[in-house]
Design a protein around this ligand. Structure first.
Ligand code: PDD
Length: 285
């Protein structure tokens, strides 16, 4: 049975869903997106994702395609119609279809597309044993705080990782790690301090990052929001990434060198457990 997807007001089998060849998402990557995870058929931290969606839209002078309640109703309908228990809902807003012109067209209706993907988020072999990353140059544009659909640079980074036999790439600029190809990057130093890059135009303000830093704070962990070098990362006691699709995921090797003893560390495991427990509590309320 095919998936039901949402396109501009309609719920359709995926084979029947269509977008114009003049859609600016297609021609200019002129669009933004959000990925919200689903646990037990419920959206996790969706308010955070919708709030970041508004920020991305306003940075690009785009109108919201629907109210938050309207968007969330569509997300929930897709979850229900596709019977998703665990996985994600992808949501994309593009500026809409107009004759090709670099300047933004006026009076164009934004396109709204959404679909679901089933994925094991709670039980995953990668979460058990940890992932390997390689480092590669961050060649992305200078507004990584806007979650645009222009994802070729991270795709290239993932391919470099894949060809090197690694699970993912950490992106490096001026000798410092910015973030992972599609996630935020963290280390735990040998004296137990949690370090992750400060927010700014250089990285995406992860919704999972925000939740995990709050949990770390309430667990009395020492936190430093600052850039760290690759050397610091390979010397660290632990490393991990966060995103809506990985939650807290241990990183056990960087550029072929084991992090700590090469196994998921205690701080990482604790934060993963706490994040999942809190997410389940919140959707249960
Ligand atoms: N990626 N940094 C980048 C560059 C990202 O693409 C993402 C998310 C994150 C983490 O953000 P959040 O915690 O809000 O998911 C950080 C999504 C999952 C994706 O592109 O599939």
């Amino acid at each position: 049975m095919s998936r039901i997807v949402y396109v501009n007001g309609e719920y359709l089998p995926e084979e029947e869903a269509k977008i114009s060849v003049f859609d600016r998402g297609f021609l200019f990557a002129d669009g933004v997106y959000e990925v919200t995870s689903v646990l037990q058929g419920r959206l996790v931290d969706n308010a955070g994702h919708l709030s970041r969606l508004h920020r991305s839209l306003s940075e690009l002078e785009m109108d919201a395609p629907a109210s938050d309640a309207g968007i969330e109703a569509i997300q929930n309908t897709l979850i229900e119609r596709n019977g998703v228990q665990e996985g994600l809902v992808y949501l994309q807003v593009t500026r809409g279809a107009a004759d090709r012109d670099f300047a933004y067209p006026e009076g164009v209706k934004p396109s709204l597309v959404m679909f679901t993907q089933v994925k094991n988020l709670l039980q995953s072999p990668q979460a058990e044993r940890g992932i390997s990353v390689i480092t590669t140059r961050d060649i992305r544009w200078k507004r990584r705080d806007i979650k645009t659909v222009g994802l070729l640079a991270p795709s290239m980074a993932k391919m470099i990782a894949k060809r090197a036999g690694a699970d993912d790439a950490w992106l490096v600029e001026y000798g410092q790690v910015t973030e992972g190809s599609s996630n935020n990057a963290y280390i735990v130093t040998r004296n137990g301090t949690l370090v992750t890059r400060q927010l700014g135009n250089e990285i995406l303000a992860g919704i999972t990052r925000k939740a995990v830093l709050e949990l770390a704070r309430t667990s009395d962990l020492k936190i430093e929001e600052r850039a760290f070098t690759v050397q610091e990362a390979t010397d660290a006691a632990e490393a991990f990434i966060t995103s809506a699709t990985t939650f807290v995921m241990p990183v056990v090797s960087i550029d072929g060198q084991p992090v700590g003893d090469g196994r998921p560390g205690p701080v990482t495991r604790r934060l993963r457990e706490l994040y999942i427990r809190t997410a389940l509590q919140e959707i249960g309320d």
